[in-house]
Design a protein around this ligand. Structure first.
Ligand SMILES: Nc1ncnc2c1ncn2[C@@H]1O[C@H](COP(=O)(O)OP(=O)(O)O)[C@@H](O)[C@H]1O
Ligand SMILES: [Mg+2]
Length: 231
């Protein structure tokens, strides 16, 4: 296991969607690494392929060409075989289960991993940090969209995954809550984990260790703070 190296490396990922007679080329050969200890921002216009990339990286969708190399610490060589809790996604559409309370939504990864009780304290801690601790017994349709989104982020962070893929996690947040969420992602990265955040929020681009920019299914430019700071 490399201490500082890449947790995930994508090489030449290609993904297209067929829509009737039309083919949409969502990813046209995307190559990138997600390194330990880093918060990585993924920017780009709407429709440029950010969500598709995150969905392929977490194994929700399959690339039709290219390779995805996973560090052995992730416990699988293919994303679809990843054990629960190693890689977590905050989906753009949140994906909360409407029939579960806010608390049970946050606890969902623990339930799938086989043990809710040991994670109750951690769930309460995250919910308090994200200002949703007074909403434990409510259902998603009884809280605001911003609170639903913070629930989805708390759910993703519950098991302290090695890689968090967050799809526009501050889209429904004000500046204060965006800062709180970013601080939580940064803290996780500082422990040697990594976060890839698709975002339109300039504050995230400024604070991220690396910024990848997507355009029309390709990574257009790439800026690494440490490289930029080098003489
Ligand atoms: N399930 C799908 N079926 C058809 N086209 C899709 C699907 N998902 C995404 N696309 C298309 O792929 C392109 C990239 O979309 P997406 O990855 O959602 O971009 P972004 O997240 O940057 O807004 C867009 O043209 C979008 O319309
Ligand atoms: Mg998107």
């Amino acid at each position: 296991m490399s201490r500082h190296g890449a947790l995930m490396t994508a090489q030449g990922l290609v993904k297209s969607y067929r829509r009737d007679a039309e083919t949409v080329h969502a990813l046209r050969g995307v190559t990138l690494s997600i390194n330990r200890g880093q918060v990585v921002a993924l920017i780009g216009p709407s429709g440029s392929g950010k969500s598709t990339l995150l969905n392929v990286l977490c194994g929700w969708e399959h690339a039709e060409a290219g390779q995805l190399l996973l560090d052995e610490s992730l416990g699988a060589s293919k994303p679809e075989d990843l054990p629960w809790g190693r890689v977590a996604l905050v989906p753009q559409a949140l994906g909360l289960l409407e029939e579960l309370t806010i608390l049970d939504n946050v606890l969902m990864p623990a339930r799938l991993a086989g043990g809710v009780k040991p994670m109750l304290g951690r769930a309460e801690e995250l919910m308090s940090e994200f200002g949703i601790d007074h909403l434990t017994a409510r259902y998603p349709d009884q809280v605001s969209l911003g609170e639903q989104q913070r629930t989805a982020v708390a759910r993703a962070l519950l098991l302290s995954p090695l890689v968090v893929l967050a799809d526009e996690p501050s889209a429904h947040q004000d500046a204060g809550w965006s800062d709180v969420l970013f601080a939580a992602f940064s803290r996780l990265a500082a422990q040697g984990h990594a976060c890839l955040i698709a975002t339109h929020n300039p504050v995230v681009w400024e604070r991220a260790d690396t910024v990848f920019a997507m355009r029309d299914g390709e990574l257009a430019t790439h800026n690494t703070r440490s490289a930029a700071a080098a003489p």
